[in-house]
Design a protein around this ligand. Structure first.
Ligand SMILES: [Zn+2]
Length: 75
């Protein structure tokens, strides 16, 4: 992530145009992630979905364990 790219103007979703020379940076206006290459944006998006998927799975599992082991004897 330390590799420097030639400065390039990237337009954020909020409309702000910012010059970045890194693979990814934060928008100075809305603090969203902006990316040098569009493919990095997609990779970041899928990575985010992957993390959400794990979190949802863990919560579902914990809810199941709670229902089976803790709540069931009291029903
Ligand atoms: Zn922005």
């Amino acid at each position: 992530m330390t590799t420097a790219f030639p400065p390039k103007e990237i337009t954020c979703d909020c409309g702000r145009t910012q010059t970045i020379s890194m693979e990814a940076d934060w928008c100075e206006k809305c603090a969203n992630r902006i990316f040098y290459h569009e493919k990095h944006k997609n990779r970041y998006k899928w990575h985010t979905y992957y993390i959400y998927g794990i979190i949802i799975s863990v919560f579902t599992f914990l809810a199941y364990v709670f229902m089976e082991l803790i709540a069931k004897p009291f029903l």
